[in-house]
Design a protein around this ligand. Structure first.
Ligand SMILES: Cc1cc2nc3c(=O)[nH]c(=O)nc-3n(C[C@H](O)[C@H](O)[C@H](O)COP(=O)(O)OP(=O)(O)OC[C@H]3O[C@@H](n4cnc5c(N)ncnc54)[C@H](O)[C@@H]3O)c2cc1C
Length: 452
């Protein structure tokens, strides 16, 4: 096929994979819910090669799906209709840390864990962290504007991005990697590309800000009687503990599943309705400050486990971070990542199981998330292939004034419901931006923008 030959001329024939036995792993998402096939998987090594690949595809009007670590949870990074997969994983070079500026330039294929290690070695840290850190890439995290479990302190990926280098659909390169903290010279193209889910340009390199690396950390797991109490406690801790970095929520059913699947001991003798996991980090020991603030919560806290030593801290985090993997062992989950105002969160959590039961009788619901950001992950197992559950839950979110996507993006999974959060005028503007940057519509068709 002429297209395959031309792509091989750009990246080397050995980096154009067409054997279905090899390409199959690129054509199914992490959840197993989105599964398709790829005409080919192309693996460029440099920005120039990405530019060459896109120029060829644009000319041939061949659809391209950019892919990083393939840990996305909304089906945005997998080909469903025989598209070309553009794998960015080989763009894994990371520059030296600019210790004076507290910045680093990373290739799109650098994993989050690799970035964190590079920052730590230079006495800095990176502000975003998430459980898929060993596979998720910088390019994918920029494309999805990933949030993660430190978002309440440092903001999402967008807040870390000082500039991007990206390739437009026609192969032209835009690059703005100077890293100046103040730089009001026109439109913020990096901000536009961040969160665009591979529909506007392909990210090849990113200039990232780093944050202080704190040597003292404390993690506390607090048992509470309800989600409302967890929300109230989070607000108190945010107000009183400046070193608070994370506040995560999970419920009794999720904890029981995690303990069963991974053989973990239960954290407390008794079972409780809800659990709040908090982490504080500072240059001096934050434990006394956290202990005083937890003490002031009085009877709201029914039990507590505290850890400062790394292995014990990791053991407490495991109860929260293992939720996604534990749920995956039950089958294909409908993943609905949503955000509510703190005042609406308890009512939402209370109402969801009944809404799910009406839409998909017999399905099981697990709820957990980043409570510090009002972000709940609604995971529904046993709901079948249809999207009745998605419609019902996202409808409830919109009725309660929430966001149908807190941090995972719209992808393929939610494009039908974008109108719940975005007006017709906003969606028209989105489409106009898309046409301006990708007039032939080759970049991730079927993702983010609603079907016409
Ligand atoms: C166990 C687990 C925990 C998770 N926890 C969190 C969490 O706490 N917070 C959170 O926000 N997410 C979380 N995620 C989701 C996922 O890790 C993030 O969305 C992550 O940013 C995806 O990175 P990736 O490299 O795997 O991207 P992919 O899955 O490969 O792609 C995601 C999207 O980005 C596009 N894309 C990828 N690379 C590029 C590029 N270089 N240029 C342009 N577009 C590109 C793709 O086309 C697709 O639309 C979790 C996932 C798992 C499996």
């Amino acid at each position: 096929m002429d297209l395959i030959r031309r792509l091989g001329a750009v990246v080397g024939p050995e980096h154009v994979l067409t054997d279905p036995a090899v390409t199959v792993s690129y054509a199914v998402d992490w959840t197993g819910r989105f599964r398709g096939s790829a005409a080919a998987v192309v693996r460029p090594r440099s920005t120039e090669e990405v530019a060459g690949v896109l120029a060829v595809c644009n000319e041939a009007e061949a659809a391209v799906v950019p892919q990083g670590g393939n840990t996305g949870l909304v089906g945005g990074g997998v080909p469903l209709a025989g598209e070309i997969v553009l794998s960015l994983r080989r763009l894994d070079e990371i520059g030296p840390v600019d210790t004076l500026a507290g910045q680093v330039t990373a290739g799109a294929g650098v994993t989050l864990a690799g970035l964190q290690a590079r920052a730590a070695a230079a006495g800095w840290a990176f502000g975003v962290d998430l459980a898929a850190r060993d596979s998720a890439t910088v390019g994918g995290m920029v494309a999805t504007n990933a949030g993660g479990n430190r978002m309440m302190r440092y903001g999402p990926m967008r807040a870390q991005v000082l500039g991007v280098e990206a390739v437009l659909a026609d192969g032209r390169v835009v690059s703005h990697l100077g890293g100046l903290a103040k730089d009001n010279t026109g439109y913020d193209l990096a901000g536009l590309v961040t969160g665009s889910e591979g529909t506007l340009a392909v990210v090849t390199r990113v200039r990232l800000r780093l944050v202080p690396r704190f040597e003292h950390r404390v993690v506390a797991l607090l048992a509470v009687g309800s989600v409302a109490t967890a929300v109230e406690a989070t607000t108190s801790l945010r107000r009183e503990v400046p070193s608070l970095e994370a506040a995560e929520l999970f419920l009794a059913e999720g904890l029981a599943l995690v303990c069963r699947v991974f053989g973990l001991p239960r954290p407390f003798a008794a079972e409780h309705a809800a659990y709040l996991l908090v982490e504080c980090a500072d240059h001096r020991d934050p434990e006394p400050e956290l202990a005083r603030a937890v003490g002031r919560l009085g009877p709201l806290v029914l039990d507590a486990a505290v850890a400062t030593e790394p292995a014990r801290r990791a053991a407490l985090w495991r109860y929260r971070e293992a939720h996604t993997e534990a749920i995956a062992t039950l089958g294909v989950a409908h993943k609905l990542d949503v955000a509510l105002a703190p005042g609406s969160l308890p009512a939402f959590v209370a109402e969801v199981p009944a809404v799910v039961a009406r839409a998909a009788p017999g399905a099981t619901t697990f709820l957990f998330g980043h409570v510090g950001d009002g972000n709940v992950h609604v995971n529904v197992v046993g709901a079948g292939d249809g999207d009745e559950v998605d419609a019902a839950v996202l409808g409830l979110v919109a009725d309660m004034g929430g966001s149908i996507s807190a941090e995972h993006g719209i992808g393929r999974a939610k494009r039908r419901w974008l109108h719940l959060n975005r007006s017709p005028v906003e969606i028209d503007v989105f489409a106009a931006i898309k046409r301006a940057l990708d007039p032939r519509g080759i970049l991730n068709p079927g993702v983010l923008l609603p079907p016409r």
